[in-house]
Design a protein around this ligand. Structure first.
Ligand SMILES: *[C@@H]1O[C@H](CO)[C@@H](O)[C@H](O)[C@H]1NC(C)=O
Ligand SMILES: *[C@@H]1O[C@H](CO)[C@@H](O)[C@H](O)[C@H]1NC(C)=O
Ligand SMILES: *[C@@H]1O[C@H](CO)[C@@H](O)[C@H](O)[C@H]1NC(C)=O
Ligand SMILES: *[C@@H]1O[C@H](CO)[C@@H](O)[C@H](O)[C@H]1NC(C)=O
Ligand SMILES: *[C@@H]1O[C@H](CO)[C@@H](O)[C@H](O)[C@H]1NC(C)=O
Ligand SMILES: *[C@@H]1O[C@H](CO)[C@@H](O)[C@H](O)[C@H]1NC(C)=O
Length: 810
């Protein structure tokens, strides 16, 4: 009898180590589960954290922390372990409790020869006998709070099926919570997070190439984002790049949208946040207000507009938004002001006109309709026009979409003729100033004329002889053909994009010779004009050091300017030090190598190259890593050269990146080798701590990373600043030395900071007793939030260009 029982039990357990359930079988709440072939997912009964209710769910099989990705009866739990899962012979899936004959959940599906199967993708499917790959029912069509690779978020426009995510009510209760994340199919597709019916966050509109400047579709090493928008479908989906990686996209109970990946350290790591800062709060700046996180205050009224309630606006109550300075009457004197690099406004009050593709026609279409307030031309939908107030506009520094807002001609920023004069004036002023300030100005000017001549003549080699007296060092920098570059980068396709530099996107390309290159395409509207371009070309082509990235050539095509660099297999340092997964690749030894490499590169710039060069924008994302993780300094768009004994200069056009700028530069526009040393010190502390200086958060105080380190230093607990990702044990004395060097570099007073030669000596340990650091500059930055990119000062561009006349040698 006993034997029979155990054989019987044995049979039961064997029968449920399977991945399928047929109509004659049931799955009970006694530990029975379905396990997908491949062991990735498991289906069975479970109770959420701290709850006694029982649910049928699907979770990852091979990670220790039970993470449920789908729940069948989320809104109708079982209160005991009497539950039974079954399918009937016509293909309906049921969950029954013990007591009642009524199913507490059913799929309402039908199939002729049904088999229920848990696939290794995490999809629970009802197969229809016929093995044609179609399913009578699948759990992927009924998402809960999680998107797995292969699941869709969006619409099947033919069947009107809508896939969307709904948060759990709480950690204890998987019932539908307050938050939904859905694609709005009308207007331009956009993905909105709603709490109830209220929009909380919006992805920006899909223009056929990207969502208005947001991270959803950023290329990254973990997953490939996919967006489909055609007459049959609109959806977002993703696939993991490495099939062994476990990742999921989830809307959590508090309405946070995250892409998480399972790390080797045994926890979920957030690799992409949709909502990053206050500008991501829907309609933060009210109607017509523009949010720019790099400006202070973040909310601004666009040109031609003024705060609706100035009193509120001045106390940072933005809800009232902005109104037109001159009300429109649909008359003659109306035109459009162009705004660039935007996340386009909410598209619910928008009309598409896919037949019109040119800006001119789109403008005419908008003008004809008195209620049209703005227009844009998009890749996917052609001309789109807005009616009603423009809500939730965000401005980025680097990329985004163009919007034309209707206003009285008198409010337009300037007409074309005016603008041309400004450019001519400022360009000549700039060149005049450089001539005074810098010994090399003559040669820059000379090169300028050469470049334009090269353009006119279409010559293929741009001679970059630096100085007629140094003719023996003449070099020819190849001028690449624009078509060759386009071919190499798949026409600058999204999949070839590897990053966004300060002045535009960077693409990976493969030349016909097989050589891999990185092509920096300077966006036309970026701050980098011909001036910075030439600056970078001239400077970097002269520089040769193993810790500086090598420029292979450039390409000028009309307004398009491109720089072709050697390709750096491991991209940039920020991708490692600020990333929990990749950060583990950098042990202490590697980090020290990187610090030393950067120091040597900087030393070369400051001292060893023929000119004294101030980089002015040293930061983690400008340190590139080759295949062996050797660091190379890049992005010389802002670099300045100093002649002979000049040590300091001043500019009123402060450009750089918050978090790395020294106080005297950010406040007074003074830059010198010591302002680079400050940035280097910030970088050292970031590399050691794995934290960003700007955006650093600590529950106990408002300091940034510098302030935090300074506090720990004074409290004798400085080792606590170290990145936990570095493997232990670490050589304490070496680390202390590096931290101390970092702190010395970020001291408030430039004259207290060491020069690069002594930094290297200190790091090499040649100098046994180091000075005690004094208080760092800028150690509190409470209300400023993370800025990824180079940011210009607050003054309008034209003023900046002209006021640069203040630049003077000292
Ligand atoms: C299910 O029903 C059977 C028979 O009615 C009973 O013996 C058993 O205790 C019930 N189980 C639960 C969990 O209620
Ligand atoms: C299966 O369940 C459905 C829904 O309850 C029902 O309409 C159908 O008749 C059932 N099929 C069989 C064979 O009982
Ligand atoms: C099945 O149909 C019932 C009754 O119409 C409904 O309450 C239930 O939500 C449906 N089940 C699913 C999974 O859609
Ligand atoms: C739309 O895109 C889907 C997914 O890529 C594809 O299967 C389908 O054929 C496309 N339909 C049309 C009409 O282009
Ligand atoms: C949602 O996610 C964020 C970020 O991971 C976390 O801080 C928060 O506690 C989560 N909310 C809930 C209710 O789990
Ligand atoms: C699109 O624009 C064209 C030309 O301006 C116009 O004739 C047509 O009526 C517009 N269509 C819609 C749907 O607005």
């Amino acid at each position: 009898m006993k034997l029979l029982l155990s054989i019987c039990l044995c049979f039961i357990s064997i029968s449920f180590a399977l991945d399928t359930l047929s109509p004659s079988k049931t799955l009970r709440d006694n530990g029975q589960t379905l396990v997908s072939t491949g062991d990735a997912f498991e289906l069975g009964f479970f109770s959420p954290f701290d709850s006694k209710n029982r649910y049928i769910g699907i979770w990852f099989k091979n990670i220790p922390q039970k993470t449920v990705v789908w729940v069948a009866n989320k809104n109708s739990p079982l209160t005991d372990d009497s539950g039974v899962l079954s399918i009937n012979s016509t293909g309906n899936i049921f969950i029954h409790g013990n007591q009642s004959a009524m199913a507490i959940w059913s799929s309402n599906s039908s199939a002729s020869n049904p088999i229920l199967q848990l696939l290794n993708t995490g999809n629970l499917v009802l197969k229809d006998g016929a093995d044609d790959g179609s399913y009578a029912w699948q759990s992927f069509d009924h998402p809960c709070d999680t998107l797995l690779p292969g699941m869709k978020l969006g619409w099947n426009l033919m069947t009107k099926q809508n896939w969307f995510l709904t948060s759990w009510k709480s950690l204890q209760d998987p019932a539908s919570g307050d938050f939904t994340y859905k694609i709005d199919p009308l207007g331009l597709p956009q993905i909105s997070l709603r709490k109830g019916s209220q929009i909380e966050f919006r992805s920006g509109t899909w223009d056929g190439v990207r969502f208005g400047g947001e991270t959803l579709l950023r290329e990254n090493p973990v997953f490939n984002p996919i967006f489909v928008f055609n007459t049959s479908y609109i959806f977002y989906s993703f696939e993991n790049i490495d099939s062994s990686v476990i990742s999921r996209f989830v809307v959590n109970q508090s309405g946070l949208i995250e892409h998480l990946t399972w790390s080797d350290r045994g926890e979920w790591v957030n690799i992409a946040n949709m909502q990053k800062d206050e500008c991501d709060m829907y309609g933060h700046c009210g109607p017509y207000g523009i949010c720019n996180i790099n400006k202070s205050p973040v909310c601004q009224c666009p040109t031609g507009f003024t705060p609706k309630v100035p009193k509120d606006w001045n106390v940072m109550d933005w809800a009232g938004g902005c109104i037109k300075k001159t009300p429109l009457n649909c008359g003659e004197n109306e035109g459009f002001q162009k705004f660039s690099r935007l996340k386009l406004p909410d598209s619910s009050q928008l009309r598409k006109n896919g037949t019109v593709l040119s800006l001119k026609e789109c403008k005419a279409a908008c003008l004809r309709d008195c209620s049209c307030v703005a227009y844009a031309v998009t890749d996917a939908s052609g001309c789109v026009v807005w009616f009603g107030a423009l809500i939730d506009i965000r401005e980025y520094n680097e990329f985004g979409q163009d919007l034309y807002i209707r206003m009285a001609t008198s409010d337009l920023e300037s007409n074309n003729n005016d603008r041309r004069t400004v450019v001519i004036v400022s360009v000549s002023v700039v060149f005049g100033v450089v001539l005074v300030a810098s010994v090399c100005s003559f040669f820059i000017w000379k090169r300028t004329s050469r470049i334009s001549k090269a353009q006119q003549l279409g010559v293929n080699n741009l001679s970059l002889d630096y100085n007629s007296s140094a003719a023996e060092e003449d070099q020819a920098l190849p001028l690449f053909d624009v078509y060759a570059i386009a071919t190499a980068t798949n026409n600058f396709s999204f999949t070839n994009k590897i990053g966004e530099g300060g002045f535009g996107p960077v693409y990976k390309g493969v030349l016909p010779t097989g050589q891999q290159v990185a092509v920096k395409r300077l966006s036309k509207e970026s701050g980098q004009g011909l001036k910075e371009f030439k600056n970078e070309v001239v400077l970097i082509s002269k520089l040769q050091h193993r810790n500086l990235v090598r420029l292979l050539g450039c390409c000028i095509h009309g307004e398009d300017k491109m720089l072709v660099y050697e390709y750096m297999a491991n991209r940039s340092l920020d991708l490692y030090i600020f990333n929990q997964t990749r950060g583990t690749a950098l042990d202490w030894g590697k980090r020290l190598d990187i610090i030393l490499g950067i120091a040597r590169g900087l030393l070369y710039l400051h001292r060893d190259s023929r000119l004294r060069i101030i980089h002015r924008d040293l930061k983690a994302s400008n340190i590139l890593l080759d295949s062996e993780m050797n660091p190379k300094i890049s992005d010389f768009g802002l670099a300045r050269t100093f002649g002979g004994d000049q040590t300091e200069a001043k500019t009123s056009r402060v450009i750089g990146t918050y978090g790395y700028m020294s106080p005297e530069y950010a406040i007074d526009g003074l830059f010198s080798i010591k302002s680079d040393v400050f940035s280097f010190g910030v970088l050292v502390l970031e590399i050691l701590s794995g934290q960003k200086n700007r955006g650093f958060y600590h529950p106990d105080h408002d300091y940034n990373l510098l302030g935090h380190a300074w506090k720990l230093w004074n409290e004798g607990r400085i080792m606590e600043v170290m990145d936990a990702l570095m493997e232990k044990p670490v050589p304490k004395s070496e680390i202390l030395r590096s931290i101390q060097v970092g702190l010395l570099c970020v001291q408030q007073q430039p004259e207290d900071r060491p020069t690069m030669p002594s930094v290297i000596m200190m790091l090499d340990g040649e100098n046994d007793s180091l000075l005690q650091p004094k208080q760092p500059g800028f150690y509190t930055e409470r209300y400023l939030t993370e800025a990824e990119s180079s940011s210009t000062g607050k003054k309008p561009q034209t003023t900046n260009e002209i006021t640069i006349t203040k630049l003077q040698g000292r």
